[in-house]
Design a binder for this molecule. Structure first.
Ligand SMILES: CC(=O)SCCNC(=O)CCNC(=O)[C@H](O)C(C)(C)COP(=O)(O)OP(=O)(O)OC[C@H]1O[C@@H](n2cnc3c(N)ncnc32)[C@H](O)[C@@H]1OP(=O)(O)O
Ligand SMILES: N[C@@H](CCO)C(=O)O
Length: 346
């Protein structure tokens, strides 16, 4: 993939009242846009993801995958607030010439979508063939499909919701409490809240997986074990793994971003908002997902006019949307097949 940067030279006003000067978006692309712009696949990444979609969704994006650079122009943008090249809390605030840290403004899903739309206009893209995302990426994709229904022809969303749930917010709040409990939190230092971030990721893992995942992967072989459990070292390992590639300030910002997601805010209702989506839509749910349970995807499906729904199984719960690429690719293939059949009938 090729990395690019886009800097917006005007003030970027945020939904909750803040502003960003010199907003920069880091994005990656594969392939080229064809003459009639009919091959553009736009990917929205999840909470701690980045723009390198061929890395974290390699089963769906790559030379031999369903979405490939021979046929498609693939684009993924690192979201505002993250730490993979786009403007985030560790970036320099041009107004102070110092990193933002805790002065980084609140960013909503709608702000992210507004920034994606700025880049889209800059690239002179008038039509997206397929917009796809899971989890926080699915929240962005849905919001974009509601706010700009004529832009995309197909929409594929996985393990996501129309409004972030009290359950999801409670998980995110527990993670923020863990970060807050770290005495280094709030310091103007990139490492601030590091121990808190480890604990936060450990909490998050419980929502990304489930009882069966741990039973299968973290059970002890030896019945005499009384401490240093596999499950314990796994939690710490996952926390440290995230710390090696992320920071507590971005995590804090983006977990609040996720909580802000509500397609119904300022609109008549969530149902009406979903009803306005014009894209041919595929909704995918994972039966073992305890964070974004399938009831949420079934609700979305009920209210989008032109929609198909697929449920997949996974040992990995919510993280199944990142892991089960073969199943997801199969579901996407049948989605496009069904669409073509419909076209013939019409
Ligand atoms: C380059 C990058 O960092 S990717 C950037 C983009 N990232 C994203 O988009 C985020 C989304 N990705 C993810 O959340 C994850 O990578 C997932 C969900 C796809 C997969 O999760 P993983 O952590 O790789 O899988 P899993 O839960 O099986 O854990 C395996 C890891 O835990 C380690 N592990 C397993 N059991 C234990 C244990 N009992 N104690 C300690 N470590 C353990 C394994 O050795 C392995 O380590 P490794 O990742 O260093 O190879
Ligand atoms: N594993 C995912 C979960 C959130 O969807 C991430 O870290 O982004």
């Amino acid at each position: 993939m090729q990395e690019h940067f886009f800097t917006y030279n005007k003030k970027f006003n945020l939904e909750l009242g803040g502003e960003l000067n010199g907003l920069t978006l880091s994005y990656q692309t594969m392939g080229s846009i064809n003459e009639d712009q009919s091959n553009i696949i736009w990917v929205c990444h999840a909470l701690t993801g980045n723009a390198e979609v061929s890395d974290w969704w390699s089963g769906l994006f790559g030379d031999t995958a369903i979405f490939n650079p021979k046929e498609h122009f693939i684009i993924c943008v690192n979201v505002i607030g993250s730490c993979y090249g786009s403007t985030g809390p560790l970036s320099i605030n041009p107004d102070t010439n110092e990193p933002y840290y805790d002065t980084f403004p609140a960013v909503t899903i709608r702000d992210i979508v507004a920034s994606l739309d700025l880049l889209r206009k800059e690239l002179k893209i008038d039509k997206i063939n397929t917009l796809i995302g899971g989890s926080l990426g699915g929240q962005q994709a849905l919001e974009w499909a509601v706010s700009n229904p004529d832009l995309m022809e197909n929409l594929i969303i996985c393990a996501t919701n129309a409004k972030h749930s009290p359950w999801g917010i409670a998980f995110n709040e527990s993670q923020r409490l863990a970060i807050q409990a770290d005495p280094t939190w709030g310091k103007r230092d990139p490492q601030a809240g590091s121990r808190g971030l480890i604990a936060a990721r450990s909490i998050a893992m419980l929502s990304y997986r489930n009882y069966s995942t741990y039973e299968k992967t973290q059970s002890e072989d030896n019945e005499s074990v009384t401490d240093n459990f596999k499950a314990s070292s796994y939690q710490e390992y996952q926390g440290k793994k995230l710390l090696s590639r992320f920071n507590a300030y971005s995590y804090w910002t983006l977990s609040n971003t996720m909580d802000s997601h509500n397609l119904g805010r300022g609109r008549k209702s969530i149902e009406e908002a979903l009803n306005g989506i014009k894209a041919y839509t595929q909704v995918i749910g994972i039966t073992s997902d305890v964070l974004f349970p399938v009831s949420e995807q079934r609700f979305i499906t009920q209210h989008i006019p032109n929609v198909t729904y697929e449920e997949i199984t996974s040992l990995y719960g919510h993280d199944g949307f990142l892991v089960e690429t073969q199943k997801i690719a199969g579901a996407i293939q049948s989605f496009f097949k069904q669409k073509n059949k419909k076209k013939i009938i019409i």
